[in-house]
Design a binder for this molecule. Sequence first.
Ligand code: AMP
Length: 279
Amino acid sequence: MIVFEKINELKKHLSSERRKGKTVGFVPTMGALHQGHIALISRAKKETDIVVCSIYVNPTQFNDKNDLAKYPRPIEADKALLEKNNCDILFLPSSTEMYPNGEVSEEWNFGQLDKVMEGAHRPGHFNGVATIVNRFFQIVEPDLAFFGQKDFQQLAIIRAMVIQTNSTINIIACPTLRESDGLAMSSRNVRLTNEDRKAAPLIFKTLSWIKDNFQSKSVKELVSDGKKQLASIPNSKLEYLEIVNEETLLNTENKNDLGVVCVALKLGDVRLIDNVKVN
Ligand code: AMP
């Protein structure tokens, strides 16, 4: 694996590979890598010739400075895991490379897509995400870019950004990887206390219960019973539990809609999100 820290060196290398006819796959991450990230790398390995993984904890997408400060950064373990999984290139830029004019987001207009759920609870978050992913796209210029459905709303934002910027990059959505007890893999899981970790699978259990009962109960009932189930998790604070249309991200009660149930919940000071398609 080749590690690049400088934009111009990475660009020079990729353009020479492209001249040889190689295709480029890109997996942007914030590090503290787990099998969910590795699944994206493996998919990219299957579909493209050269896989670039970036690790950069992007400050402009953190509305909570405590969350940013506590975000895990085990860079040596990450490098070893990427090597083991045959990642071709690791791009590890500094903030001065990514934000030469200072760490500020551009303003984007995503209509309702960034007003709901994560957008409503994390002001400025998606401006930060779009700014950094767009910058990475301009640097790496991949043929395909791989994102997890775990960050379902982020995927909708990235797809909208690609359209707005007239980009030709293909966005590939990859399924959520889970621990054996159902908890969605996340870099933040390592910050859970033992007790909170034991209780955390109830999040996926609740989402699965909503999916299983989607045709037989009303949306109101599903959401209100789901909230009761989540409230039984000790030390937790629910931010939202919503059933939304897959494309508009607006609440839906229509059983024929492609619906997704989405949740954000704090366990202690660790904020977790998850989602499941209900039909
Ligand atoms: P992050 O490092 O959290 O910014 O995530 C980097 C990429 O990995 C994003 O596209 C995420 O959606 C994806 N990802 C994170 N967790 C998972 C998971 N459990 N399963 C699949 N993809 C994931």
